[in-house]
Ligand binder design. Structure first.
Ligand SMILES: Nc1ncnc2c1ncn2[C@@H]1O[C@H](COP(=O)(O)OP(=O)(O)OP(=O)(O)O)[C@@H](O)[C@H]1O
Ligand SMILES: [Mg+2]
Length: 472
């Protein structure tokens, strides 16, 4: 998705809380000298960490209505609060395009000492309305809220339903580009809820983006274009409301001892689906490009953008290159390319790349094969390949000819630095012999991937699962 199309863009959003077993621990944590704390840290802090939200990334398109679902405590309100800017993230970023109006859980927003009328003025100004804009909308807000005479009483004397009515009346009358609603609607009575949904529809029709949390599956299915499932602070599904709500219910009604397995299977299904989508998007984009329609687009996104994270770092040159004496052929021009032919050496994990080099022959050679090897920084040979022997027993290359070696590979590797070898062999009377060979001819780096579940150096695409069994 290009940035013009997205209304909300969230990357790696995380919130960590520090949980103190005893109030005295919080004090100790605050007043103990830093150094002492640093020493203490290795033995354990005075608090334990709790991640209310962990590494959540997604985009919301302009005009899209997205439902956030999840069990109690799964991080929904935490996510919305960070989107609205009322809570600071521990890690990650949020970008919102345009005016955002929010209806968060009770407690957020109004000053309890002020009357309803004063709070409307305050709220309007907070949303950035000018005095004239506010005057023009004032009556509509009071009318929508339908509070009656209580409007001139401090809101601390109001019922929670009245409070929400007014908050909602303000939020929808400021012409927001983004409307965020957290459960709050369930507080109002049914007639008021109906009025709110009609109003949300109108706001959507005007092109606004709506993000809302609801436990009511029917509402999510009816109102949303898309839904996101959070669990234990993590995003575990994203898709059509029906698809996501079905998984949410599966999780909600799973017996306690099966919940972990259900959760993992939902998450796995989603991640695998996403991987397949990514790959097929690249494939169809490539096909479109091959037909001459460059720049290729997938879902309106330039295919280059899907690849854009891989790049070339000029400073990354191996210092350990060893070139063996040439015996009639020389390797030149080694490089790694994306599927679109762009030279890179910082690769996205899991993506496919092309490693290529040229071989110029000074003498005629028989049974020629070109090979490659990927090694770790410590020199461990992880794997490689060579071109197949010529079916007729020996490929003959004449002096003055040039061959190009092309090796497609997928970067199924842990984040880190790796080295490539290149070698060309020929069949000589004494056996297969190197005509040229370069060790560590180039180096590349594999980027960090927040979603990586694999451990160790090579990602074998292991699918991890577990089942729980009662044995007594
Ligand atoms: N200030 C805080 N300090 C410590 N933990 C917190 C704090 N605020 C929230 N949490 C914890 O973060 C987790 C996520 O809370 P959040 O309110 O986002 O959940 P939710 O999905 O909105 O739940 P619900 O459906 O009940 O509204 C919960 O386990 C909650 O206890
Ligand atoms: Mg909540």
């Amino acid at each position: 998705m290009s940035s013009e199309d997205s209304s909300i863009r969230i990357e790696g959003l995380s919130k960590r809380y520090e949980i103190y077993a005893r109030p005295a621990d919080r004090l100790k944590q605050m007043i103990l000298p830093r150094l002492q704390r640093a020493v203490r840290r290795s033995a354990g802090n005075y608090f334990s960490e709790f991640w209310a939200l962990r590494d959540v990334s997604f985009d919301v398109r302009k005009g899209e209505t997205v439902g956030i679902v999840g069990r109690n405590g799964s991080g929904k309100s935490t996510l919305l609060q960070m989107i609205c800017g009322t809570l600071n993230p521990t890690l990650g970023t949020v970008a919102v395009d345009g005016r955002i109006a929010a209806l968060l859980e009770l407690g957020a927003g109004f000053n309890p000492e002020f009357t309803g009328r004063e709070n409307v003025r305050l709220g309007g100004l907070l949303y950035g309305l000018s005095q004239q804009e506010l005057d023009a909308r004032f009556d509509a807000i009071l009318d929508f809220a339908g509070i009656g005479d209580f409007i001139d009483q401090p809101v601390k004397t109001w019922s929670s339903g009245m409070y929400v009515r007014l908050a909602f009346a303000v939020a929808i009358n400021v012409s927001p580009d983004v409307l965020v609603v957290d459960e709050a609607l369930s507080v109002g009575d049914e007639a008021f809820q109906r009025k709110c949904f009609a109003r949300i529809d109108a706001i959507r029709d005007a092109g606004a983006t709506v993000l809302f949390v609801s436990h009511a599956a029917g509402t999510v299915i009816e109102l949303c274009d898309r839904a996101i499932l959070l669990d234990q602070g993590e995003m575990i599904a994203d898709g059509t409301p029906k698809f996501v709500v079905a998984r949410y219910h599966k999780l909600l009604y799973a017996p306690a001892d099966e919940a972990a397995a259900v959760r993992e299977s939902i998450r796995r299904e989603w991640i695998e689906g996403k991987l397949r989508e990514d790959l097929s998007a690249i494939d169809s984009g490539m096909q479109a490009a091959a037909k001459g329609g460059i720049p290729a687009k997938v879902d309106g996104v330039e295919i280059r953008e899907i690849e854009e994270s891989a790049y070339f770092d000029e400073a990354m040159l191996p210092l350990s290159t060893v070139r063996y004496p040439s015996r009639g052929a020389s390797i030149a021009g080694p490089r790694i390319e994306t599927r679109m032919g762009r030279q890179v050496n910082v690769l996205s994990p899991g993506r496919e790349y092309l490693y290529t080099y040229d071989v110029l022959f000074q003498t005629t050679a028989v049974g020629v094969r070109l090979g490659m090897m990927i090694k770790t920084i410590t020199g461990l040979e992880l794997g490689g390949a060579a071109t197949a022997p010529h079916p007729a027993g020996g490929m003959i290359v004449s002096a003055g000819q040039r061959l190009q070696a092309r090796f497609r590979f997928r970067a199924m590797l842990a984040p880190g630095v790796y080295f490539m070898n290149a070698g060309v062999t020929a069949a000589e009377p004494e056996g297969e012999t190197y005509l040229d060979r370069v060790i560590d001819v180039l180096m590349f780096r594999v980027m960090h991937d927040a979603e990586r579940m694999a451990t160790g150096t090579v990602d074998f695409h292991v699918l991890a699962d577990l089942s729980v069994e009662r044995v007594s």
